[in-house]
Design a protein around this ligand. Structure first.
Ligand code: ZN
Length: 467
C-alpha cells in the first residue's frame, strides 16, 4: 500500500523529537511529526495486513517445541526462512546447548476403591525424574504450602504429597496470582522430599476448573533426594481433595516415564533491520521459540516470536531505517532454564555490539495494554513522555516491572529491558497446557502487540533511551 506521509520527514539527519513535542511545545516542529507519522504508518500497515497471525501459524505448524526437540529445530528453520523472506539483514542462528527432557507415558490413578480406580488427569512437571518401572503407590497427604510440606516430618515419609493451594481468585492481575502459587510447582518436590516423601502431585496453576493438566519447570535442591513430580488438572485436584475429605485415607498409583536425555545443540535465530547511523547499537525485540510439549504454545510463546517478526516487517516497510539497528531474536529454551537468553549475551558476536534496549513479549498474544520497564523512577518518567504518542497504538501505561526471562541477562550489560503487557485474564486458561492453540488467538489483538513493540522499538532506535 502507498505510504501516507512525505519521505522528507524521515530523512537521515532529522531528529524526530516526540519527547520535546510531548513535553508540551506549543507548535510542534515539523520533524516532531515524523515520529507520529512513523507510528501511524506502523499501525495502519500492521492492522491492514495482520501478518503476525500468519507467522504464528507457520511456527505452530512445527508442533509443540520442547527445547532440543526436532520440532524446535524445525521452528528454527521456519523462523529463519521468514526473516530471509522479509529481507532482514544479518539473518543467522547462534548455538545454544540445552538439556533435552522427555515426557514418556503418564498414568496417575486413585486406587484401592471398591468402585474401581479413578484416573486423574496429570502431566509430569518439566525436569522431573520418572518413577520406577512399576510405578509408585502410596497414601496421599494434602498440603497447602512449602512450609507445611517441610514440617510434615514422619507424616510425609513414604507418602505422595499433594500441593493443592489454588491460584488466589481475588487477585486482579493473574500474573500476580500465578506468582503467589507457582512456588509449589517449582519447589514442591524438594520441600516434600525433605520430609521423606516419595513423590508429589501439584494442582495446576490456572483459575479455570478444567481437566487439562498444566506442566512447567520444577527443580531439585542439592542434598535432597529427587522425587517424581506431576501436575494435576484442577478438576482432578478437586476430585482428589474431595475424596480425601470424605475418606481420610486415599492411595494413588503414579507412573511417569519422563527422563532427562542430556545436552543437545540447538539455536537462537537472529535478524536485523540495520540502523542507518549507529548500526552497532541494537534494540532487540524478542520472544521464545520453545514451548512445553503438551500443546503448540500459541500464546507461550509463539505469539511473542510472531509479534517480533512482524515488528521487524513493519519497521522495514518504513521508507527510512531508524538510526539504530532493530533486531528480532527468537530465543530458545526459556521454559527450562532461559539458556537461550544467557547464550545470546555470551556469544562472541556481542563484543562489537551495544544493546541499548530490549523488548520481550512473553505474556501471551492477548489485547496489549502497555509496557513494564525494569528501570528506576526517573527513567520511567522519561519513558512516559512517549506515552501520548504511543497511546495512538493502544498503549495505556508504561510502568515499572520485569522485562522478560530471555532478555534479562542483557540487563547486566546496561541494556534497558522492557516487557509487553497484555490483558492477563485468559492467559492461565491456556498456559503450559494442551489448550494453548491457534484458535485461542485473536488476529487483531496479536497484531496490536506487534505494532506496539514496533512503535516503542522504533522510538528507541531513532531517539535512544529517553533520559
Ligand atoms: Zn513463555
Amino acid at each position: 500500500m502507498p505510504l501516507l506521509f512525505p519521505l522528507f520527514l524521515l530523512l537521515p539527519g532529522h531528529s524526530p523529537a516526540v519527547t520535546d513535542m510531548e513535553a508540551g511545545a506549543a507548535t510542534p516542529a515539523p520533524v516532531a511529526l515524523a515520529a507520529q507519522d512513523a507510528l501511524s504508518v506502523l499501525r495502519s500497515t500492521g492492522l491492514s495486513g495482520l501478518d503476525a497471525f500468519e507467522f504464528l501459524g507457520k511456527i505452530l505448524a512445527c508442533g509443540p517445541r520442547l527445547a532440543g526437540s526436532d520440532n524446535a529445530a524445525r521452528a528454527v528453520v521456519v523462523t529463519r526462512s521468514i526473516m530471509e523472506t522479509l529481507g532482514l539483514e544479518n539473518v543467522h542462528v547462534e548455538e545454544v546447548t540445552v538439556t533435552l527432557w522427555e515426557r514418556g507415558h503418564t498414568d496417575v490413578r486413585i486406587v484401592g476403591l471398591d468402585s474401581g480406580d479413578i484416573g486423574l488427569a496429570a502431566a509430569a512437571l518439566g525436569g522431573s525424574i520418572g518413577t520406577p518401572g512399576d510405578g509408585i503407590t502410596a497414601e496421599v497427604v494434602q498440603v497447602m504450602s512449602l512450609d507445611e510440606a517441610r514440617s510434615l516430618g514422619e507424616k510425609g515419609r513414604g507418602r505422595i504429597v499433594f500441593f493443592n493451594r489454588p491460584m488466589p481468585p481475588d487477585v486482579l492481575d493473574t500474573f500476580d496470582a500465578y506468582g503467589k502459587s507457582a512456588d509449589q510447582r517449582a519447589h514442591g518436590a524438594a520441600a516434600a522430599a525433605a520430609s521423606g516423601a516419595t513423590a508429589v502431585l501439584v494442582r495446576s496453576m490456572t483459575l479455570r476448573t478444567s481437566d487439562l493438566p498444566h506442566t512447567g519447570i520444577m527443580q531439585y535442591d542439592e542434598g535432597v533426594p529427587p522425587i517424581p513430580a506431576a501436575g494435576l488438572s484442577t478438576a482432578a485436584a478437586d476430585r482428589l481433595a474431595a475424596l480425601l475429605q470424605e475418606r481420610g485415607t486415599v492411595r494413588v498409583h503414579m507412573e511417569l516415564g519422563c527422563r532427562t536425555v542430556g545436552p543437545v545443540k540447538t539455536h537462537n535465530v537472529v535478524g536485523d533491520v540495520r540502523g542507518r547511523e549507529k548500526p552497532d547499537e541494537i534494540v532487540v525485540v524478542g520472544g521464545h521459540l520453545d514451548s512445553w510439549d503438551l500443546g503448540p504454545g500459541a500464546h507461550d510463546d509463539g505469539a511473542g516470536c510472531a509479534q517480533s517478526l512482524e515488528a521487524l516487517r513493519l519497521i522495514k516497510a518504513l521508507p527510512v531505517a531508524p538510526r539504530r539497528t532493530v533486531r528480532a531474536v527468537m530465543f530458545m529454551d526459556e521454559e527450562s532454564g532461559g539458556t537461550g537468553g544467557k547464550a545470546y549475551v555470551a556469544d562472541p558476536l556481542r563484543k562489537t555490539e551495544t544493546h541499548v534496549a530490549a523488548i520481550e513479549s512473553d505474556r501471551g498474544g492477548f489485547l496489549p495494554l502497555g509496557f513494564t520497564v525494569l528501570a528506576d523512577e526517573p527513567a520511567l518518567q522519561a519513558f512516559n513522555r512517549w506515552l501520548p504518542a504511543l497511546s495512538h497504538l493502544g498503549v495505556t501505561f508504561i510502568r515499572k516491572g520485569y522485562g522478560g526471562v530471555d532478555i534479562h541477562p542483557l540487563s547486566t550489560t546496561g541494556c534497558i529491558t522492557i516487557g509487553l503487557y497484555p490483558d492477563s485474564q485468559r492467559y492461565f486458561d491456556v498456559h503450559h497446557c494442551a489448550a494453548d492453540t491457534l484458535d485461542t488467538v485473536n488476529e487483531r489483538e496479536l497484531e496490536l502487540g506487534a505494532i506496539q513493540m514496533a512503535g516503542l522499538a522504533w522510538l528507541l532506535a531513532e531517539e535512544g533511551v529517553p533520559r
